[in-house]
Design a protein around this ligand. Structure first.
Ligand code: SAH
Length: 210
């Protein structure tokens, strides 16, 4: 149930759903998603669905992970990337081999701790994690060529825009009742904004929860 064949079936499904970036699909084929959920759910890890990870949060749906990664990478290689909402660390694991350095913040301590141990054990060396409210980004390591968030605020926090490098891209869900993926590209002091497909994410919440 966690075999290479099962993973390849997921990749085939993602291809049929419209994911085109072969590098992204290859990383998904190589990544053991069953190690990012509780053992009791491992048999469902290669279904294309979100699954509970505790603390009221979910591991993102593989399609959404693939889609956001593909959009983030579409303009060329990314040297420094910031992720908001580490959660299980699955999206982190998908981004890690595709970018230079990856910085990821999570506001819920038990999830942050679990993801830290898991990513360490699996040897993701270019990943840096922090327990923190992602509203403030992670200014010490910016500016970032790419920013990706896996939780939906009412609108994109201004501090994240400020941590985007010139030419950098930000992708995140935005909205409360209805959420859409929003892609923002920075051109100097101008930010161009594109609204893409509808999505469903957990809410972007303030503060740290211990
Ligand atoms: N990509 C992750 C998604 C986890 S769900 C995965 O596949 O596992 C989104 C995560 O965002 C949750 O863990 C939630 O706690 C976190 N989150 C929500 N608001 C946040 C904020 N302001 N700062 C940091 N993390 C936040």
């Amino acid at each position: 149930m966690t075999s290479q064949r099962t993973r390849n079936r997921l990749v085939q499904r993602l291809r049929e759903a419209g994911i085109k970036n072969d590098e992204v699909l290859e990383v998904i084929a190589q990544t053991p998603r069953h190690l990012f959920v509780d053992e009791a759910l491992a048999h469902r890890a290669y279904e294309d669905t979100a699954l509970p990870i505790g603390n009221g949060q979910t591991i993102s749906q593989p399609y959404t992970v693939a889609r956001m990664t593909e959009i983030l990478l579409a303009a060329g290689p990314l040297n420094r990337v910031l992720e908001i909402g580490t959660g299980s660390g699955y999206q982190t694991a998908i981004l890690s081999p595709l970018v230079g350095k990856l910085f990821s913040v999570e506001r819920i301590e038990p999830l942050h701790e679990k993801a830290r141990l898991r990513l360490q054990k699996l040897n993701y060396r270019n990943v840096h994690l922090k327990l923190s409210d992602g509203t403030w980004g992670w200014p010490e390591h910016g500016l970032y060529d790419g920013i990706l968030a896996a939780a939906a605020p009412e609108d994109v926090p201004d501090s994240l825009l400020q941590q985007l490098a010139d030419g950098g891209r930000l992708i995140m869900p935005v909205g409360t009742h209805e959420q859409k993926l929003v892609l923002i590209t920075r051109h100097g002091e101008h930010f161009s904004r594109k609204t893409l497909e509808s999505v469903r994410f957990v809410p972007f919440l303030p503060g740290v929860q211990r």
